[in-house]
Design a protein. Sequence first.
Length: 598
Amino acid sequence: MKRSTTLLAAFLLSWAMVAQQKAELIFVNARIYTLDAQNHVYESMAVGGGKVLKVGTNKEALRLKTRTSRIIDAKGKAIIPGIFDSHLHVIRGGRFYNTELRWDGVTSLKVALNRLKEQAARTPRGQWVRVVGGWNAYQFDEKRLPTLDEINQATGDVPTFVLHLYGHAYLNKAGLKALNITAETPSPPGGLIEKDVNGNPTGLLVAEPNAFLLYATLAKLPELTPDEKRNSTQRYMSELNRFGITSVMDAGGGFQNYPDDYGTTGELCIEDGLTVRIPYFLFAQKGGREYDDYSNWIRTVEIGAGCDHEDGSHPHDHTKGLDYYVQGGGENIVAAAADFENFDRPRPELSPNMEEQLKKVLALLVKNRWPFRIHATYNESITRFLNVIESVNAETPLNGLVWFFDHAETISEENLGRVQKLGGGIAIQHRMAFQGESFIKRYGKKAAEHTPPVKKMVELGIPVGMGSDGTRVSSYNPWIGLYWLVTGKTVGGTHYMADDNQVDRITALRLYTQGSARLIRKEGDRGQLKEGFLADFALLSDDYFQVEAEKIKSIEAELTVVNGTIVYGAGDFKQLGPTIPAALPDWSPVNTYGGYQN
């Protein structure tokens, strides 16, 4: 009773504080999809102090108008809560975004190769042309992959790396020479450097099935200067804002080392320069040393603490600042548990020593109340992981600790029940939108119909958050994910998902808003547009709830607001957004092509 009274008092105090606020922004003549329990749709919203002050009629919201309030006529456009990508490699992606020529959304291989040729012509000596994920063969009209001959013809003597998902990559002849990959270079464990009949490398690098070879090769390419990394990160966050993304859970990544590679985003956080919220997870880097990594981080890193401003405050306590803090450990907990998804190849068999290694680290995390997430593609792996988690729980109860699986494409209903019993969640992504055809070729169409079993996860009440796994595995564009959820189709147009596994548009959007927040117990102040909630939202180019299904994947934001501040503007609302600086260096593909191609 005492706790209920305390909660009520806190709510009333919060409501009273909101009621005293005056509006900084007032949107009128909109279609505001609140995603509240009743799915209310309103025409107006007032925002102030980083919070939603009022949703209702134009007249009701305009009562909060002051001399300094900005009134924005939405012109009948749809407004939705900000999209929260529960699995994106935004910190790493930001460091390299300006170096990458993106084929995301390009519908012709001929066009893609022509852009490769154009970029090679403008890339200076000592730099590389890079195409890094977010595309597949089936999105092209030609329905095929490029050949090494085509890549070599397009790029000539400019070193080039083209990554296709986390399955394989192409190095042109100049790239092989730059990295000194020769006939004597051995293939690493779990990877293949393809050789021709004379024993010379062809330029094809294959994950068999370990992707280490692919991201280890990427890590050898030149990095940007500190100023260029800063600009690159800002440009990438703006690109995310372009699609209405306001929050991201960063899942770490191979060769994304803490704290060295977090310097750019840390500086931007201190300077209130972030335009997305970024709770992030620490990804163990070296096989066999994971326990040491996490032991050190547990001693030196405070969960939930963000960057420090000069006055000592944290950004999530700061009016302009955004969430930027360590949320927990993962998605890689131990290298022995990495069941990489390359559906062109057989499922990997995990080491017999995996359980011992995983239990040691998970026991440490649970004992110290560190949330964790685990990369888990296949049901066979998930069964073994759950055995370990249940064993740890028997010795040190999880007792409500935040934890979840990432991916879970082939998880069984039995294992879903075990996840539910242990209080876990699942972060899903639209990886099958890019790999559905490959999965069908290997496992058959019947097996693909419930891969992953999204509808069953939702029906069981398991916390489920939607994300992308961009930028290397799939595109960071969330509208591809929403299209996939409601149509069951790949980017190539293959309808593979069973009708009873597809979800309606409201459920899909909730997975990408409230669902992601629920994974880390943040749904109490975000994911809906209602009084007292965070003012994170997007005004859309087309009404998601009214356009035909095929047009969902072409939706963008025309205005994105984070913490009550306009961070992106386009179309009729471009003048309301900030000026986005040109990409550095000046030869960056972003200056010519931008990011995702709509």
